[in-house]
Design a protein around this ligand. Structure first.
Ligand SMILES: C[S@@+](CC[C@H](N)C(=O)[O-])C[C@H]1O[C@@H](n2cnc3c(N)ncnc32)[C@H](O)[C@@H]1O
Length: 279
């Protein structure tokens, strides 16, 4: 798939995710939850796990940080929380749908850069640049250079996201920069890691929730739709199935091979919190 098509489907995915999450499950964030021991990994508890994630990030912001650039701010729920806590917050987000919500939420006190992080143009410098599950979407070859120009001397960069430990199965979970490559790029950058926390075990249950929702909700809905079309428009259904046979096969392989669970996540990804300081 060409990069632009990939970007459009990812952005539409995030928009649908936000609408479904907010409309049905009162979720305002687009990040994973942190599943503490004792919290049953099920979708109705996701808002509690997401709140744990927010509390975790807040507790790791250094005391001398006053201004923050929230990169890939999603619908801006966390940015608003930072503003309410007294931080001066600007945001970066390339998605039109999210930007509208963010601007309404944050008002005039915050500047929203409506572009990719790689394209931000400003003379402003921040105490901290923050990437909460947005780091993986940004070009690894330039992300740290751009961050370096936006952070004050002695300032910070916070990254909370997952990385690839090893290649996933063809049907497995995609996404994340290669951890090894990230460490190399980091070594050559203007930053050094001052805190590194492995959150893989606490974030893996999110995958089990998605896997269950796929098997217990999405697939039965598609199968009911299939039966409906078969009874009303059998020829149209045949045509659709033929036209999209490759995509349908790919989707089946992707979601039915059982390669997208918490266990697979633990094996192939490393979910990390990195606090870095500008040298
Ligand atoms: C998984 S969401 C995380 C949203 C938010 N940080 C949160 O924790 O709820 C990823 C975000 O990254 C944004 N994004 C994707 N590519 C980006 C890029 N190149 N530069 C900046 N943001 C990007 C998306 O639009 C989205 O807002």
């Amino acid at each position: 798939m060409k990069e632009s098509k990939k970007t459009v489907s990812r952005e539409i995915g995030l928009e649908i995710g936000h609408l479904v999450g907010k409309g049905l499950f009162k979720l305002d964030h687009l990040h994973y939850g942190l599943w503490k021991k004792g919290l049953e990994p099920e979708i109705l508890n996701l808002h509690i796990a997401q709140e744990e994630y927010c509390k975790f990030i807040l507790s790791h912001i250094p005391a001398d940080v006053k201004s923050i650039l929230d990169v890939g701010c999603g619908a801006g729920a966390f940015s608003k929380r930072l503003v309410d806590l007294g931080y001066k917050v600007d945001c970066v987000c390339p998605t039109e749908y999210q930007n509208k919500i963010v601007e309404e939420r944050l008002g005039k006190a915050s500047e929203v850069f409506k572009c990719k992080f790689e394209e931000v143009k400003t003379d402003k410098k921040y105490d901290m640049v923050m990437f909460c599950e947005s780091f993986q979407y940004i070009d690894l070859d330039c992300v740290l250079d751009v961050a370096g120009t936006l952070v004050k001397a002695g300032g910070y960069m916070l990254i909370c996201d997952f990385f690839k430990k090893c290649a996933a199965d063809a049907y497995g979970l995609k996404g994340g920069h290669k951890l090894e490559k990230f460490m190399e790029v980091m070594d050559a950058s203007a930053f050094r890691i001052i805190e590194d926390i492995d959150l893989t075990a606490e974030t893996a249950p999110n995958m089990d929730i998605v896997d269950r929702a796929t098997k217990e909700v999405m697939i039965p809905i598609f199968s009911a739709g299939d039966r409906f079309l078969q009874s009303r428009h059998p020829i149209l259904l045949k045509l659709i199935k033929w036209k999209y046979r490759k995509k349908l096969q790919k989707a089946q392989d992707k979601y039915l091979k059982g390669k997208r669970t918490g266990k697979d996540f633990m094996e192939t990804k490393s979910y990390r919190f990195f606090l870095c300081r500008k040298k």
